[in-house]
Design a binder for this molecule. Structure first.
Ligand code: PEP
Ligand code: MG
Length: 317
């Protein structure tokens, strides 16, 4: 009798909250993939590469200079597979390298990194990768080989694009190694420059499977506020109407064209902003692992509100 009482007192696992909008997790360290997946996340909306290279201790360009592309591909594959495997078959968006020049100077081979006056506005993201296409190609090859092993859930996301030509060139490089964007692999960009947001339709014309808002950078570039400068931290807010306006226009254009939209900046972990994004019609949200559960609840509540609003409106008509 006692035993039965005890058992009935046990709390059952709560029923999972179902949302139409996907709620994903950001992963910076592949070792944290398991924990991210335990949140019930619908995939990984941002898998960063920088930590993979930091733990290797070697600057990616050194592998290329040493004629050792294979080793770079191997390191990338070993890291990406940790995430792709835990999440399979849910999508994992691998973001190609985006390290400002001041971040990799301590790595082997990083001693001769240029010292830039303003690394955040400098040689990083897709602009650098197009100047050093061998690294980008190695990244594409790593993802391609993982696809060949069955990890077809991995997509490719380009950071810091500001002109459709960058997307075009990156796609050409993927094709050069026999990996065809859209056909073989989901291919998308981060929207983290006002330029990309203002002419998103031109990117759509080049061809995109998805976009993801990098609001950490989009905020600093739209407001001209260095995201790492405490003196101007009070001027840094993702809720600035100009940023919300940019995001809204991108979501509208993407929805018209059937392009998936997501967010992977910090704003995606902030419930009050997520609520707005759901209203704008975003199709997925990616949050920090420790915020996934809260964001899921916010998404569910926001979706219910919208449905109720629409139902009431149609009753009146
Ligand atoms: C962003 O800019 O919002 C983003 C997610 O990229 P990172 O923080 O790595 O620059
Ligand atoms: Mg960024």
């Amino acid at each position: 009798e006692n035993k039965q009482t005890k058992e009935s007192n046990q709390t059952a696992a709560p029923a999972p909250i179902i949302t139409v909008t996907e709620v994903k997790a950001n992963v910076s360290m592949p070792e944290a993939a398991q924990k991210a997946s335990q949140t019930g996340a619908d995939g990984v909306g941002l898998l960063r590469t920088e930590h993979m290279m930091l733990t290797s201790g070697v600057h990616p360009k050194k592998f290329i200079l040493d004629n050792n592309e294979e080793e770079l591909i191997k390191i990338l594959m070993e890291n990406i597979i940790k995430v792709a495997d835990v999440f399979y078959p849910k999508p994992v968006w691998y973001r190609t390298l985006d390290a400002p020049t001041d971040e990799f100077q301590t790595l082997e081979g990083g001693e001769d990194e240029p010292h830039e006056h303003n690394p955040m506005l400098g040689w990083r993201g897709i602009r650098r990768e197009l100047d050093e296409p061998e690294i980008l190609k190695a990244e594409f090859k790593a993802v391609k080989r993982l696809h060949e092993k069955g990890y077809t859930n991995i997509g490719i996301m380009l950071p810091l694009v500001q002109h459709p030509n960058e997307l075009k060139k990156a796609k050409e490089l993927a094709e050069e190694i026999g990996f065809i964007p859209h056909k073989d692999v989901d291919f998308g960009i981060m929207v983290e420059t006002p330029a990309a947001a203002l002419i998103i339709e031109d990117f759509i014309e080049v061809g995109l499977d998805f976009v993801s808002f990098g609001t950490n950078d989009l905020t600093q570039y739209t407001l001209a506020v260095d995201r790492n400068n405490e003196l101007v931290a009070k001027n840094y807010t993702e809720e600035h109407p100009a940023i919300l306006k940019l995001i809204k226009r991108v979501i509208e254009k993407c929805n018209e064209a059937g392009v998936t939209t997501s967010i992977c900046g910090q704003a995606g972990s902030m419930p009050h902003i997520v609520e707005k994004l759901i209203e704008y019609g975003i199709t997925s949200v990616s949050a920090n692992t420790d915020a996934v559960e809260t964001v899921r609840k916010t998404v569910a509540r926001s979706e219910q509100k919208l449905v109720l609003k629409a139902a009431r409106k149609s009753l009146k008509e």
